[in-house]
Write a protein that binds this ligand. Sequence first.
Ligand SMILES: [Zn+2]
Ligand SMILES: [Zn+2]
Length: 177
Amino acid sequence: MLRKPRVDRGEALTVGDVMAWPAIAIDPAQSAEDALIRMRACGIGHLLVERGRVALGILCERDAESARPVRPVVDVMRVAAFVSPFDGATRVAEILRASHACAAVVCVGGRACGLVTRGDLIRAEVGGRWPRCGSCRSHHRVRVKRSAGVGFCEACLDSVEPFEFEELYVDLGVGDG
Ligand SMILES: [Zn+2]
Ligand SMILES: [Zn+2]
């Protein structure tokens, strides 16, 4: 079988080469609505959650959108991997894939200095082909369902699941007769 050679520029790139910095931070006590306003003002999809100078995790636009607007960021954020700007970009792509995360916090000397997101890696052509949601085309936390052979993001997964089960029953020839 002929396959296109996998292009991965990540072997030669570090996190520092592809990351977005400085990270725009938000306090965990602020609301999901505050977070969305800040993201939209800055044109970004992820915020660094920081209490004082201590990085706690990341907030994804998707999670902020699906939360009640008054919900504090601390309830909506996610724990993130911490990486160094000197780490290989390919290694970080593996971490994000394995953890279904859409971003990692980049730290120097224990201080967060930025975020590296799936979008950064995709733009830098790192990590080969990234799965996209079969419904909304997002690359935020896409999980590939082996049974369906297609991936969906966590936000869409709930709405597509019933259909998959129906198809599975048809495939197996299981009926109620
Ligand atoms: Zn995200
Ligand atoms: Zn989706």
